[in-house]
Ligand binder design. Structure first.
Ligand SMILES: [Zn+2]
Length: 462
């Protein structure tokens, strides 16, 4: 066995006090020095000598962790990458000390609060947004930040479990020490981390304002996995993610919010754009008549363009991929196999009321056609939007079938709500059209950026 003597040091404790004497000179002439002026050494992240200075250590660990969080948040990383960086680099400054230093519940709450305050300073967390969502996994509609409180619990439970299962006297001794810290047996049974995670979900669900989006997200017709894609892929700018979640949480300072939630005086709660309906965040996101023909239309078209381009590429009607925000569909694409119409009226023998769907695919080989129409409704109107679109084009489908002598004509409405909720049928239709599954991600991105831009321009116009 070889010792790394440069990493060794000597301390002497006489009557409970550190005393400084000669360095040790080994028989081969090598030297083990006294511990340096700081009179302590770091072991697994904790400064110690013959005792652990609790307060001093806690202060240092806290500052170290906070410094790291600040450093990460001032980088150019995306929303998800920042949080991953915090979980893997900042939080461990704390986690080494869990179960070793005496962190009280108040300490843990303060640490979590300080991290959140820095998020707010960087525009990543609206101060009135749902805190719970920060700590819920991204695949479940949260942002996947590790909480200090859970880290502490997890580490303590691991330590207890480890020492509880071992049989050597030393292990037994440590185990008994854990028990003596909490003399009450009932308190000794710490909750498991899963219980705390469930609690966050319950809290989110039951909050009067924030809970609305939870309910929408859990509607039976919502495809949970696709609806959370923007979170699991985490491509948004951190501030955009923060703003978008504030919109979902309905804590955006609309006139209704300012009056009823912030309890401040406003002259009117009527919408500043249409002056007809109440200015709620839902109204601005997808219900205002004043921007239906402009801002909503371009959001809707941006979602449709994604599908148009991918269809064109698949059918070899388009050669090169264009970034989605620069892509402009041609009204008509055609080769010997297939014809694709974009936003042009379909002439019929007997005129039908709705003859201008967003997309029509005429498959000449199979002798069938598909009518596709896009919609970006309120979160709660996914099902209604789907039904409306289907019945809207039934007459046209019948006419096309007889006029073009087709085997069948299918109507495939593609619905993503203004807050990014993807209808199950949208996922199904994308599969049926054999488009890459990324299509959903890009369609959702077009909708989300559209909604964020609308709210930013109206509510934060500077
Ligand atoms: Zn309006």
């Amino acid at each position: 066995m070889t010792f790394g003597l440069q990493k060794c040091a000597k301390v002497e404790v006489i009557r409970g006090k550190l005393s400084r004497r000669e360095d040790i000179i080994l028989s081969d002439g090598q030297i083990i020095n006294n511990l340096g002026e700081e009179r302590r050494y770091r072991y697994l992240g904790v400064q110690q000598t013959y005792e652990i200075k609790q307060q001093e250590n806690k202060r240092e660990v806290e500052e170290q962790m906070i410094t790291r969080v600040r450093k990460i948040l001032s980088t150019q990383l995306s929303a998800k990458n920042k949080i991953t960086a915090i979980n893997t680099w900042a939080i461990p400054a704390f986690s080494y000390t869990a179960g070793i230093l005496n962190w009280s519940k108040t300490d843990l709450e303060r640490l979590d609060r300080r991290v959140r305050a820095i998020f707010t300073q960087h525009g990543m967390l609206h101060p009135n947004s749902a805190i719970e969502r920060l700590y819920i996994q991204r695949s479940e509609g949260g942002r996947g930040l590790t909480s200090i409180e859970i880290t502490d619990l997890k580490e303590k439970n691991n330590l207890k479990r480890y020492f509880g299962n071992e049989t050597l006297p030393l292990h037994r001794l440590v185990s008994a020490m854990f028990d003596s810290r909490t003399p009450n047996a009932a308190e000794r049974a710490e909750p498991e981390t899963e219980e705390l995670e469930e609690k966050w979900k319950r809290n989110w669900q039951t909050k009067p304002l924030h809970g609305r989006f939870y309910t929408s997200l859990h509607q039976p017709e919502v495809d949970m996995k696709s609806s959370n894609t923007y979170l699991t892929q985490g491509y948004l700018f951190p501030q955009t993610e923060g703003t978008f979640l504030a919109i979902q949480d309905q804590v955006v300072p609309t006139r209704v919010y300012i009056k009823h939630i912030m309890k401040q005086r406003v002259e009117t709660t009527k919408c500043r754009l249409c002056n007809q309906e109440e200015e709620s965040v839902q109204h601005l996101s997808s219900g205002c008549s004043a921007i239906a023909g402009t801002k909503y239309l371009s959001r809707h078209n941006n979602m449709g363009k994604v599908v148009h381009q991918l269809l064109g590429l698949k059918e070899l009607l388009i050669k090169n991929f264009t970034p989605h925000h620069l892509y402009n569909p041609q009204a008509l694409l055609e080769n010997s196999d297939v014809k694709i119409y974009w936003d042009i009226p379909i002439a019929t023998d007997q005129g039908v009321e709705h003859n201008r769907p967003d997309l029509v695919i005429w498959d000449k080989k199979k002798n069938e056609a598909t009518i596709i129409d896009f919609a970006v409704p309120f979160d709660q109107n996914l099902m209604k939007a789907y039904k409306d679109k289907t019945s809207k084009y039934e007459a046209l489908a019948r006419q096309m079938k007889s006029m073009w002598r087709l085997q069948k004509v299918e109507i495939k409405p593609m619905i993503i709500s203004c807050n990014g909720l993807v209808h199950r049928k949208t996922v199904q239709h994308i599969r049926e059209l054999q488009l890459p599954i990324n299509a959903l991600c890009w369609m959702q991105k077009a909708v989300i950026l559209g909604t964020v831009n609308i709210i930013r321009q109206v509510v934060y116009p500077h």
